[in-house]
Design a protein around this ligand. Structure first.
Ligand SMILES: C[S@@+](CC[C@H](N)C(=O)[O-])C[C@H]1O[C@@H](n2cnc3c(N)ncnc32)[C@H](O)[C@@H]1O
Length: 143
């Protein structure tokens, strides 16, 4: 299920406070809707999307924004980088796998913004409520 516009706007407002991250990666970019909003709001930054489902991945490629690159694959098999902003909207089970990935790769001095689901055992540096009917929580972690 793609994120809602108001959830994406909350992600954008958090990222505005972190201009030092010139590269933003959507872990599980789906149909590319979130990456597209990030590309429009941050034309000077480089946006990456990684997606493991072929149909959404191919559709996202059609959007063809100048500053977005989509990769087909499992983000768990790619190394997490330091000095990066990551965004995600994943299931609670996927968040557990992502936490283990962070423990293994140990990237430093970056941020992770998660829509709806918190990272187990991590303490959020900031937390917003999206202006949607669902009032979805948006978590920001500094690592
Ligand atoms: C809820 S959708 C969110 C899509 C987009 N980020 C958004 O906010 O609209 C989650 C996406 O993550 C993808 N995904 C889940 N685990 C993944 C993994 N390990 N590697 C790559 N993609 C993954 C799913 O296929 C799905 O398309």
């Amino acid at each position: 299920m793609p994120s809602l516009r108001s959830e994406r706007e909350s992600v954008v407002s958090l990222l505005e406070d972190y201009p030092q991250f010139s590269s933003i990666t959507d872990l599980g970019s789906g149909w590319g809707g979130l990456a597209e909003i990030l590309a429009e709001n941050f034309p000077e930054r480089s946006i990456q999307g990684i997606e493991s489902s072929i149909i959404p991945f191919l559709c996202s490629k059609l959007k063809n924004h100048r500053n977005v690159n989509y990769t087909f694959g499992n983000f768990l098999s790619l190394p997490l980088q330091s000095h990066q902003a990551y965004v995600c909207y994943l299931s609670p089970e996927a968040m557990i796998r992502l936490r283990k990935k962070f423990e293994t790769d140990q990237p430093e001095q970056g941020i992770l913004i998660s829509i709806a689901f918190s990272m187990p055992q991590w303490t959020a540096a900031r937390r917003l409520q999206a202006a949607s009917r669902l009032k979805t929580a948006i978590y920001l972690y500094e690592f």
